[in-house]
Write a protein that binds this ligand. Structure first.
Ligand code: FES
Length: 308
């Protein structure tokens, strides 16, 4: 790995090249990677470099105030030349450049998955605007490049300077057919879903870095899971996850975050009604009910049948 641009406070941009000097894997706008750190932790970062760049993959890591070990390692322990292992690449953002127009909403480090979308939209000639909110200019990753390259299409909302992002006004003025892409802190995304969601319906796409904060206490009930391919039935008690119980039954399911944010444990639902508790699926995907994240999600009914 090597460092790029160390001028943004609290954000470390890192470029990774393959040790065999082969081309980096191809990816699509909105992709995030599972990165295994030398200290054994696995963390998820959005790719934010150039899609056509095959020599390296780039990520930007925010130093969290309350780091659980990942961001502090990436900022303080990781050295140029260290080896990192990418254990997965996923894209749950459902980005589509074949649209009428787009509005992108970023809060802080939530800018990272939107950068490649902006590049793809620009290349296609799709009209777009970016609404980028942050605490102060010196903490907003990629701000300088974005404003230099795209000028007035980048609208900033900087807490230390003045006006805040007015989501209602932005949604009302966006025009029909606009697709909204948003990424940032949960409190911002809750507002986006509440204010932009009703206007945009299925044209709102959101990505979370942290588990969605559910309102109110959630009561868990026990239920039965039938594993169709394995031909076994298991009982999931109220205090355990499907993932735990399925593994205990000898069925191997890959997982990573185990908090419903990365999408690694996505499992096909053959019958039953999932009780979605993840932060990955869109409202439409939740309604379809044909897949679920079994590390956190449960069953609404007494039984659910999975393709495991
Ligand atoms: S392991 Fe990350 S969503 Fe389930």
């Amino acid at each position: 790995m090597r460092d790029i641009d160390t001028s943004v406070v609290g954000v470390r941009r890192v470029r990774m090249e393959r040790i065999d000097a082969q081309a980096a894997p191809s990816w699509t706008p909105g992709t995030h990677i599972d990165l295994e750190l030398p200290n054994g932790l696995v963390r998820h970062y959005s790719l934010c470099g150039d899609l056509d760049e095959t020599e390296f993959l780039e990520i930007a890591v925010l130093l969290e105030d309350e780091s659980r070990g990942g961001s502090s390692y990436m900022h303080n322990a990781l050295r140029v030349g260290d080896e990192l292992r990418i254990t997965g690449m996923r894209n749950h953002f459902n980005f589509d450049a074949d649209i009428e127009r787009a509005v992108l909403i970023a809060g802080g480090i939530g800018i990272t998955p939107l950068l490649s979308m902006i590049a793809a939209l620009s290349e296609r000639g799709v009209p777009w605007s970016l609404h980028y909110a942050g605490r102060s200019r010196d903490r907003m990753a990629y701000l300088q490049e974005l404003t230099e390259r795209y000028g007035e299409r980048v609208v900033t909302y900087i807490s230390s300077e003045g006006p805040r992002l007015d989501l209602a006004d932005m949604a009302a003025s966006a025009g029909g057919g606009t697709v909204f892409y948003a990424c940032g802190p949960d409190r911002m995304l809750v507002d986006v879903e509440a204010i932009v969601g009703p206007v945009a319906s299925d044209r709102l796409r959101v990505e979370r870095f942290r588990p969605r904060e559910e309102a109110g206490a959630t009561v868990n009930a026990a239920f039965t899971v039938e594993l169709a391919e394995s031909g076994v039935e298991v009982e999931v008690p109220s205090d355990r996850s499907i993932l735990d119980v399925v593994r205990e039954a000898g069925v191997d399911v890959p997982s990573s975050c185990e908090e419903g944010t990365c999408g690694t444990c996505e499992t096909t639902v053959l019958e039953g009604d999932p009780d979605h508790r993840d932060s990955v699926l869109s409202e439409l995907e939740r309604e379809m009910g044909d897949c679920m994240m079994i590390c956190v999600s449960r069953s609404c009914g007494r039984k659910i049948v999975l393709d495991l």
